[in-house]
Every structure is written in C-alpha cells, then in structure tokens.
Design a protein around this ligand. Structure first.
Ligand code: SAH
Length: 218
C-alpha cells in the first residue's frame, strides 16, 4: 500500500496522539499544535520508517542526518513566533523538509538553506508534492546566511554550531528572533537571540541534541 494513504500508523488518530504528547511536554501555542496535527510527517521519511513517523523521535533520513524530533520542531517554532508571526524566515538545515513545512504553514515566506545537495533535492520535491509554494531553497553553508533575501524577521537553525554565527546575527531584522542550538555534542543548549535597536539579547533555554553545524557544502 502506498505511504500516501492515511492508513493505520499514519492515520489522523495517530497524529492526534502525537499532538497530545506535545501538549503534555509543554507545547502551548495552538497555532503550532494545529499545523503539527495537519502536516503529514510520514511523507518526509523513507517508506520503511513511515509507521514510526508519528512517534516523538528523530529518525534517520540518510547521509548521516536525521529528521528533527516533533517536540523540538514544535518548541522551536513556538519560540520563533511568540509575540508575532514573522513575515519571512531563514531556516538553516532543510534536511527532510519537515521543519520547513511547519514553518511554511505559518509564515508567508520561508528561505531554507541546506549544505547536502541530495537531501535538498529530495526535500524540494516532497514539499512541492505536498503543495508548498512559499519556500525558496539554496544549496549553501547556512553559516553564510542568505544575505540577498534578508534581513529576516526570524531565523531558525536545525544544526548546532559551537558559537552563534555572526552572519546570522547580522541578517536579523530589528526585533527579530534567532532560535538555534549552541554547543558541542552532549552539551548543547537551545538559545533564542532577539535583536534590539542596540543589542542582541540571549536567552539560554533547554538542553537539546542536534547534528553538528558543518562548514561548506557537499
Ligand atoms: N529540520 C530538519 C532537520 C535536519 S538535520 C528536518 O526536520 O528534517 C539538520 C540538517 O542541517 C542536516 O540536513 C545537515 O546537513 C544540515 N546542516 C548542517 N550544517 C549546515 C550548514 N552549515 N548549512 C546548511 N545546512 C547544514
């Protein structure tokens, strides 16, 4: 049977169960919960893993990378849109495209950068098939940001650098937020940086586990 059919482990009931878990874990933003309920996460993983797509876990997507855990996708999105939905957002680390789809369901313009070409190609196709038209893609190192399309009202990174990349700070609009995991494996903390007129305010939020933020593109 095709993974595109909403059967068994990919049914609406299975998705609703995931959303209940997210609420138990503290996700409160109803807008985020609503899109997490709608987006078909099973289309962003290999068919052999589709039955596990609504578990609250990261799953392999090939080339040593993972689709982010639903909880962390919801949490980062909630942190990004708190206080107002941005008009545009830069995402670093397209990966499977799952986080992009959640962002694009809420935010008018999404710019997504991925350093691994085959992952980018695959994500682009799935997102087009699902019907998203408001995402632009770039095969690049997100450490450079994507200056031509900025400044951004929000930036979200799905890979962890040792320090906050200067280019991302510079591409934030005044009042905008950057949500990013920072630190080495085993010691990462989720951070939110808000750019004000005169400074960058940093909030250190919770321990997280992301793949490393690597240099260059492949
Ligand atoms: N949010 C994605 C998570 C993918 S894992 C999802 O839901 O599927 C993180 C991704 O970040 C990987 O695909 C990895 O290749 C990418 N990545 C790591 N460092 C990067 C960088 N400097 N620039 C762009 N992408 C990067």
């Amino acid at each position: 049977m095709s993974q595109h059919q909403g059967i068994g482990m990919t049914s609406q009931r299975t998705r609703d169960r995931l959303v209940s878990q997210l609420q138990e874990l503290g996700i409160q933003d109803q807008r985020v919960l609503d899109v997490m309920r709608k987006v078909p996460r099973h289309l962003f993983v290999a068919e052999a893993l589709a039955s596990r797509a609504y578990e609250n876990t990261a799953l392999p997507i090939g080339l040593g990378q993972t689709i982010s855990q639903p909880y962390i996708v919801a949490r980062m999105t909630e942190l990004l849109i708190e206080g107002g939905v941005p008009e545009n957002v830069l995402e670093v680390g397209t990966g499977s495209g799952y986080q992009s789809s959640i962002l694009a369901s809420l935010i008018p313009r999404v710019f997504s950068v991925e350093r691994i070409k085959p992952l980018q190609e695959k994500a682009k196709k799935v997102l087009a098939d699902v019907g998203f038209r408001n995402i632009s893609f770039k095969h690049s190192d997100g450490g450079w940001g994507w200056k031509a399309c900025g400044p951004y009202q929000g930036i979200l990174a799905a890979a962890a650098p040792a320090e906050i990349p200067q280019n991302l700070l510079e591409q934030l609009a005044i009042g905008a937020k950057l949500v990013i995991p920072i630190g080495e494996e085993g010691k990462q903390m989720l951070q939110r940086v808000t750019r004000t007129e005169s400074a960058y305010e940093v909030e250190v939020l919770e321990p997280v586990s992301f793949v490393p933020f690597l240099k260059g593109r492949v």
